[in-house]
Structures are given as structure tokens and as C-alpha cells.
Design a protein around this ligand. Structure first.
Ligand SMILES: Cc1cc2nc3c(=O)[nH]c(=O)nc-3n(C[C@H](O)[C@H](O)[C@H](O)COP(=O)(O)OP(=O)(O)OC[C@H]3O[C@@H](n4cnc5c(N)ncnc54)[C@H](O)[C@@H]3O)c2cc1C
Length: 385
């Protein structure tokens, strides 16, 4: 977002903070929580241009799935076995962190597992290969050679440890845990490091003088700093929900078509279906507009008619959110080249519930101790053009 000279004029008193977190989504709230755990109780502020979880974190489908967004064998081909193993472990770490918050703060969560479903025989073959690669790594999962849902799918990999969460409650729980001050309705529009340990951050309401800054602005990072051009690609995702149903249409977090379609029941028994952007990448990629579009919503409607013909309830709500994609599909945790005390944690490729907490933990370790971010570091070979 940009801020005009009129909007900020005369409203920028200086505020000294030790660590400033920018963005109150899942990543920013988790980062604030880790800063608190590292002993930074009173000196962390979170600044957010809207309010908690009004970005992708509050607009997602709430699938808490372990793993990467690529099928396991494809991930091994692309990143190598070591990186794939590391990222899978980071998704397990993220799960454990979220589960701690869910249990402590009573965040709504249905431990219904997930099913990666095949839409075609060709996709079923891919699932067989993915399952074999997971077995070779000792990852526990269940393979269904057929359709466990009775809806015309061809095969499935089930992960019983996964589930469906209320993501806004989760982000709020992390923020509560952090005890950090939230400054909402306060977009930042410039950031500059002028000396070691001195970063000037201009926002609509204040000019912050911070020792360190953690950017958790995900898709919106491209509007903040030229470094992110070509590294974070804002990508729209869309969802719809029906009116409440008399009985659940499924009892899992289902996703298929290589992750392009996903479906679950909400806590009040509505069928949620998301995705549908596969054929409309030109429309849905490289945009920061979180509005629904007719082609994608029509695609989702047609999908419901095909796979859930028994569901007759009307659609009651449709929405969109903006995800941050990276060229190689892995998140980015690093420091700005011209500002070593500004660390970023972004680019979850539609899988923030799988990876954002562990990424935030690595970002805080980099910020406070200089610890390398491993597979998420931008110096990785797969990110190079
Ligand atoms: C429709 C949809 C479905 C999805 N489904 C799933 C799913 O089922 N499972 C899953 O794992 N992931 C899913 N995702 C992805 C997931 O939501 C994201 O990966 C995750 O929310 C990223 O968290 P974040 O905190 O990095 O980003 P965000 O939640 O987008 O947070 C970034 C924050 O930064 C703020 N900000 C940006 N610029 C500024 C600025 N200049 N000044 C101040 N504040 C600023 C924004 O307002 C925003 O609140 C889905 C996403 C969408 C849109």
C-alpha cells in the first residue's frame, strides 16, 4: 500500500522500539510470539495496515496440512532429498507450534486428517509415486487405491495427523501469546537502515526508530521494497461456502488436482470449496486485488456440481485473498541486502498453515542471532534465475 503526503503529514511522531514486526498475519503474529519467548517482552511492537489476520491469514481454507505443496517425489526431483526432508520437518514443527496454541487458547480445530485425492488415473499414478517416496523416508501416511470418499476420485493419500483450523483465532492466539503491542490501521511506506542497529521505518501514524525490523508482509512485500520484485509474486486465491448442511458432505480436508482444488466442512457444517485458478493464471497471478472473479467462481460452482451433486444448499459467501508465491515454491527468510537488521519472512505459496510458524521461528533466530535460514534462505540454488 502507498501513503500520500497528505495522509501522513504532521502525524509522524518518533517512536523508539527495539524490534518492529510489520504485518499481523500468521507469520507476523508467530514472529512476535517467538520474540517474546526469546525474552523481548516489552520492546516489540507489531504494526499492521489493517487489523489482525485481514490478509491471507484470515481468508484461507484453514487446512493445517503437513508437507510441501509439491507431491513428495516431485519435491525431491526439484529441491533434492535433503531440502525436501528439511522442509517436511519444518511443516511438522509448524504443526506442533500451532497445536500448542490451539490447545492453550481453545482455537477451533477439527482433527479430521487430510486427503490428497486424484482427479484422474494419471494423478493416481503420481500419488502412488509420492506415497512410495514418502514411505522411503519413513513418513507415515495411508494410501487408498480407489476412492475413499465415494465421489469419483481415483486414489488418495491420507494424513491422519492433519486437520481444519479457524485461522483468525489461531493468529489472534499467537498475538496474545506475544504480549506485543498491536498498532493497527498503520501501513508502513518506507524503510531504511541508516547505521548498524538503527532502522527508520515511516508509517502513516509514526516514524519508528527500531534496532531491528521483521517484515511479515507476505504478498504485499513487493509494494514495500524493490528487493522483492520477481521473488514474491502476489497470487489470488478464491473460496466459497454454502449455507449450513443437514449432515456433513465429507469428513476430511480434501484437496486434489495437484492442490488446485480444496474442500472441507466449516465448524457450522457448511461446505467450503476453494481453488479453481488453474485455468485462469493470467487473471489470478500478479495481482494485489482481493476480489472474486466470475470465471474462477463459476469453475468452483461447476466443481461442486460435479463432485458434490448431493449438496443442494445455496452458496452464501464468496471471498478472495492474496497469497505470496516464490519462483521455486519455497518460503523466503533472509535479510535485506541494503539493511542487514531488516529480516523478512514471506512467500508461503498457499501453505502458510504448513510452514509459517517454523519460518517465523527461523526469521527470529536470524534477526537475533544471525542463524542461517537453511532451506528458506534466498541464497539457495533453486532461487537463482
Ligand atoms: C483463499 C485462500 C486459501 C488458502 N488456504 C490455505 C490453506 O488451507 N492452508 C494453508 O496452509 N494456507 C492457505 N492459504 C495461504 C495462507 O493463508 C498464507 O500462506 C498465510 O496466511 C500467510 O501468512 P502471512 O502472515 O505471511 O500473510 P498475510 O496473512 O497476508 O499477512 C501479511 C500482513 O501484512 C500486512 N501488511 C502488508 N503490507 C503492509 C504494510 N505496508 N504496512 C503494514 N502492514 C502491511 C497485511 O495487511 C497482512 O495482514 C490460503 C490463502 C488464501 C488466500
Amino acid at each position: 500500500m502507498t501513503v500520500s503526503i497528505w495522509q501522513a503529514e504532521g502525524r509522524e511522531p518518533i517512536r523508539e522500539v527495539d524490534v518492529l514486526v510489520v504485518g499481523a498475519g500468521l507469520a507476523g503474529c508467530a514472529a512476535a510470539m517467538f520474540l517474546h519467548q526469546a525474552g523481548h517482552e516489552d520492546d516489540v511492537a507489531v504494526t499492521e495496515m489493517r487489523d489482525v489476520a485481514l490478509g491471507a491469514s484470515g481468508r484461507n481454507a484453514g487446512f493445517m496440512i503437513t508437507g510441501l505443496d509439491l507431491y513428495y517425489h516431485h519435491a525431491v526431483e526439484k529441491y533434492g532429498a535433503d531440502v525436501t526432508r528439511e522442509v517436511y520437518a519444518l511443516s511438522e514443527r509448524t504443526h506442533a507450534i500451532w497445536r500448542g496454541l490451539i490447545d492453550k487458547h481453545g482455537v477451533r480445530f477439527n482433527g479430521i486428517g487430510s486427503m490428497l485425492l486424484a482427479e484422474s488415473d494419471a494423478e493416481a499414478d503420481e500419488l502412488r509415486k509420492a506415497y512410495a517416496a514418502m514411505q522411503a523416508e519413513g513418513i507415515s501416511a495411508i494410501f487408498h487405491d480407489g476412492d475413499p470418499l465415494g465421489r469419483g476420485y481415483c486414489a488418495a493419500i491420507e494424513q491422519p495427523q492433519d486437520g481444519a483450523v479457524q485461522p483468525v483465532e489461531l493468529a489472534r492466539a499467537a498475538l496474545t501469546e506475544s504480549e506485543a503491542e498491536l498498532i493497527d490501521n498503520n501501513e508502513i511506506y518506507s524503510i531504511a537502515q541508516i547505521a548498524p542497529g538503527k532502522v527508520i521505518v515511516q508509517t502513516r501514524k509514526y516514524t519508528f526508530h527500531a534496532r531491528k525490523v521483521l517484515l511479515a508482509t507476505n504478498a504485499y512485500s513487493v509494494s514495500l521494497h524493490p528487493y522483492f520484485a520477481g521473488k514474491i509474486i502476489p497470487t489470488r486465491a478464491q473460496v466459497m461456502v454454502t449455507a449450513p448442511l443437514a449432515k456433513p458432505a465429507l469428513n476430511t480436508c480434501g484437496y486434489s488436482d495437484y492442490g488446485f482444488m480444496y474442500y472441507r466442512m466449516t465448524f457450522d457444517n457448511r461446505l467450503l470449496i476453494g481453488g479453481g485458478r488453474k485455468l485462469y493464471k493470467d487473471l489470478e497471478n500478479d495481482t494485489l486485488e482481493d476480489r472474486v472473479t466470475t470465471p474462477v467462481q463459476s469453475y468452483i460452482d461447476a466443481y461442486m456440481a460435479r463432485r458434490f451433486p448431493d449438496v443442494k444448499a445455496p452458496v452464501e459467501r464468496r471471498w478472495a485473498g492474496i497469497m505470496g508465491f516464490t519462483p521455486d515454491g519455497l518460503p523466503l527468510v533472509g535479510a535485506l541486502p541494503d539493511a542487514p537488521d531488516v529480516v523478512f519472512c514471506a512467500g508461503f505459496n498457499g501453505h502458510g498453515l504448513a510452514l509459517a510458524a517454523a519460518a517465523a521461528e527461523r526469521a527470529v533466530n536470524l534477526l537475533l542471532h544471525g542463524t542461517h535460514a537453511g532451506a528458506f534462505s534466498p541464497d539457495r540454488p533453486t532461487l537463482k534465475p
